[in-house]
Write a protein that binds this ligand. Structure first.
Ligand SMILES: Cc1ncc(COP(=O)(O)O)c(C=O)c1O
Length: 370
């Protein structure tokens, strides 16, 4: 096996999922958001664990992401959070997914596909409560129900909206979104008192810090993996990161002063130095923006990245306090000895967010589940 791999601690995933579920009132269902290959953690494994932990449904972005889940025998409802174009409606039917719909959706074409398959396709109505990404206006919900109901092979499963500022210190926008959703829910319930629609607003940040954002269903993503959506969201459930990134030193060299390292020689040794080469690059999802900025752990010691990250390799400076040889274990994300490197640290250095770091880990890095 490649010496470079991601480790995902499944007992910690379970612990996180349980803590999230236990924090919800018993009337709330939970949908585990496992799009983008489970935020890089592996959607099939994450989906399986979520179902075993009692999560009633899963959510991905596009119907293609439902395929591996269905092939793995996962049969719970799968919601598609993005809008699906007509050329993918067949896949919606084949995978028995619940597509997001709004006024941009060709409901007639969707109904036709459902009719051809002799099935009813359930749809989740996307509602724009203030993010302005996708969705109908909340005040149009009742009319939209009537429109969906005009198609014999379509049925409304429920309504969802997404929060754009729930992870901010200032919660006024988040409460505004929750309030709009609330008003819409009241109108729908007055119109259809006997329907048991699913109403879903709260994402991770909503669940942890915006009380009025929980309706009948919770939709956590990043917190399942033990990562907070932002520094402004307190980890009040004590969730723990589940993923670490490992490799091994492949080469060690001793250089004199004045040697340029890597493409463009952007780092020049200020004096005699020991340099170790790590067989990981931006093609694995280790961001190139960590060139001359990142740090890895070898023998529990922080070793700074020197020079540019290449496609498949990069170099680090080895402090004089340790002696390094090929085969020494390297931690790029996670703990070694008393030191640790968090996803947030890497994301901050790379001027991005942990979400992007996780989604960026490529298929060429094996996932090891422990
Ligand atoms: C529509 C929708 N719902 C839920 C989530 C989960 O968000 P988070 O990972 O912040 O919990 C996302 C993530 O991007 C999303 O797009």
């Amino acid at each position: 096996m490649r010496p470079t791999y991601l480790t995902i601690d499944t007992s910690l995933v379970r612990e996180n999922l349980r803590k999230i579920k236990d924090s919800l009132p018993e009337w709330s269902t939970s949908t585990a958001v496992i799009k983008a290959n489970g935020y890089g953690h592996g959607s099939v494994m994450m989906g399986r664990i979520a179902v075993e932990e009692g999560y009633e449904s899963l959510a991905v972005a596009i119907p293609e992401e439902s395929v591996p889940l269905r092939n793995a025998g996962i049969m719970v409802p799968i919601y598609l959070l993005g809008l699906t174009r007509p050329q993918s409606f067949e896949l919606v039917a084949d995978t028995n997914s619940i597509p997001a719909v709004c006024e941009s959706t060709d409901l007639e074409a969707l109904n036709k596909v459902a009719d051809n398959h002799d099935i009813i396709i359930r749809v989740a109505v996307a509602v724009d409560t203030g993010m302005h990404r996708i969705g109908i206006k909340p005040e149009d919900a009742v009319e939209f129900i009537k429109r969906v109901e005009s198609f014999p092979n379509l049925a409304v499963d429920g309504f969802f909206s997404h929060m754009s500022n729930a992870d901010a210190a200032d919660q006024s926008h988040a409460h505004g979104q929750a309030q709009k959703f609330h008003t819409m829910v009241d109108e729908i319930r007055a119109f259809r008192p006997n329907e048991d629609y699913r109403f879903s607003l709260a994402n991770s940040a909503g669940l942890l810090s915006v009380k009025d954002s929980l309706f009948t269903d919770a939709r956590p993503g990043i917190i399942q993996y033990g990562i907070m959506p932002s520094l402004d969201v307190p980890n009040r459930l004590g969730l723990k990161p589940v993923l670490s990134f490992h490799s091994e030193v492949v080469h060690v060299q001793h250089l004199d002063a004045g040697e340029g390292i890597g493409y463009g020689s952007t780092y020049v040794t200020p004096g005699p130095m020991t340099i170790a080469t790590i067989p990981v690059g931006y093609a694995d999802g280790y961001p190139r923006s960590l060139s001359n900025r990142g740090t890895v752990l070898i023998q529990g010691t922080r070793c700074p990245v020197v020079g540019r990250i290449c496609m498949d390799q990069f170099m680090v400076a080895v402090p004089d306090t340790i002696t390094v040889k090929p085969g020494d274990k390297v931690v790029l994300l996670g703990s070694q000895g008393h030191e640790s490197i968090s996803a947030l640290e890497i994301a901050a250095l790379a001027s991005t967010i942990p979400y992007e770091i996780f989604c960026g880990f490529s298929d060429r890095v094996p996932r090891q589940y422990i």
